[in-house]
Write a protein that binds this ligand. Sequence first.
Ligand code: ADP
Ligand code: MG
Length: 698
Amino acid sequence: MAILENPIEYLKGVGPTRAELLKKELSIYTFSDLLYHFPFRYIDKSLIYNICDLSEDLPYIQLRGKIIKFEEKGKFRSKRLIAYFQDDTGIIELVWFKGARWIKSGIKLNSEYIVFGKPSAFNNKFNIVHPELDLLDDNVNFSPGLQAVYHSTELLNAKGLSSRAISKLVIALLPQIKNNLDENLSPDLIAKLNLPYREKAFNDIHCPKDSKMLVRAQKRLKFEELFFLQLHLIKLKLTRNKKSRGYPFESLGCHFNDFYENHLPFELTNAQKKVLKEIRVDVKLPQQMNRLLQGDVGSGKTLVALLSMLMAIDNDFQACLMAPTEILAKQHFNSISIYLEKMNIKVQILTGSSKTKERRILHTELEDGKIDLLIGTHALLEDKVKFSNLGLVIIDEQHRFGVAQRAKLWKKNKYPPHVLVMTATPIPRTLSMTLYGDLDVSVIDELPPGRKEVKTIWKSDASRLSTIKFMRDQITKGRQIYVVFPLIEESEKLDYKDLMEGYNQIVREFPLPKYQVSVVHGQMKAEDKEYEMNRFVKGVTDIMVATTVIEVGVNVPNASVMIIESAERFGLSQLHQLRGRVGRGSEQSYCMLVSGNKVSDEAKKRLQTMVDTNDGFRISEVDLEIRGPGDMMGTKQSGILDFKIANIVTDNKILHFARNEAKILLDEDENLENADNINIARYYRPYARERNGWSRIS
Ligand code: ADP
Ligand code: MG
């Protein structure tokens, strides 16, 4: 409604100066923005402590009393402002280490204040450091019950726009939204989920009478926020599926069946079967498939890729598989060539190092349709690479390729080929529902049988001797070992030094000719890296000392030990990826996390999680808890995870609810035309326009 779009300066009590500040500091431009500036905490106003009752283990509390005197103490770093705050039962010190001047000028001595903060004991006296102070002002009628606390900033505080002042503005605004805030959920939904009406929810979230009302208001507003996002994502998916023409793979023919019946090296896991069925349903339709396949390292994605490609070949289409590095492309090429050995299918490989002459032949054969299956690196993207009839594109390890790069592949046929993107980075379902809410997602959530869990051990630097002995034992048994050092871009030089020191130390402990040690790092030439990597792959070297360049996908089944140095410096998903390099053969494998002695709590949690579980999805959930969604996905900029009130980690129940309700709604009324859904339609249209301005991330 129009009133909500009013500029914030029109609100009583704001005016031009404060308006400027609200815009600059809190991005509050309109009435609506203020309405959506939700409290981040509430104080139970019924609970006011007496100073004489304070104890050290109290949480944040309220006191009521007067400041009787100021004092400035200390010099330089310990310089501080002390205010003596008194109630009927005693005196406590309020302490500020900065901003003394504006605090002093903003506070009235001997006036009644509410103080909010956490008391702590110092020299047998209690004090509260950097408390919040609110003048008890009888002119404002704060609601009884819970008092909202708003985010403010130092500057705003200094200019008199404290949390309490913002609260006053909100209280001035609330009567004006009466009958002006359109309901945006259908009566059905509101009744079904037992939610308060929208207007009531906004009133209650800012001025809750009690915690029960507050919780209901929060639930309603969180639901609303998540519901419209999910509605939008599902709608995008529906629209795209309708619009994008694609090639239907109508039947499964001899190749697929022959392979499945005669050449499959092992029984597929149930998860692999389930995913293949999902893909089968997609590619049958005359619309482009756009599917994301998540499967932990070692879950057997390659076989799923291969069987999907056979679906294409059976329908006279070509297929291609793109990997992020040359080594990976070669590994795929080798293993797929072996799988297809006894079948009449032509597989080729194209990478940056393919010779010009070979390329020329390959280009022609590809255009003539003589090649069925092309495997390669981003060399596949070049314009010269033309297919006669490309029907399916599979992209391995999705995060290494950008959207634009992928789009190039789509243009290699008249209609876009089906696309399957495979990633070994599991992300929690809640996150994937939002980030990939407009894609179809398949998950392989089961490892092939007989896999031995990698044993993970966390050690400190001090136990190096026993580690070396362990390494020797493993090498004697014929195993190979990775030793990984961190690579952090800002300190590349230091990392290089660490790595070379580590390498030298290992060479000293594992001397020639008995032992062979390889080293691979970012400052080596590509061919040298490749050469060293190949020596290790072939089993010529026993130990591979490397930075994280080996993180993605490499398969050396005989390597059974992964030693990660300075493990506390790695992120969880990286640790998990690295550990995934071992445990690929039939032998018991080990992952050793070596950390320094000073490890932050967060790093401890990461390392302990690695010791506790091998489950990539579980690990990704912990990662999400630790880092929050923006950091975890590198999506801070994208805006898709910027919620006003919902929290994707803690509100996942509401999120599931919301997605489910959105699905049900769109199943019944895809274009939101039913009279019952008029509230939803009216709110959704402008919402969708605004969202569509954003670009997708994946
Ligand atoms: P990722 O999902 O990490 O790409 P891969 O496709 O490389 O995993 O498979 C890992 C290993 O598991 C390979 O050696 C592969 O041969 C084996 N594998 C795949 N599927 C099965 C299965 N159903 N049963 C037994 N082993 C399997
Ligand atoms: Mg793989």
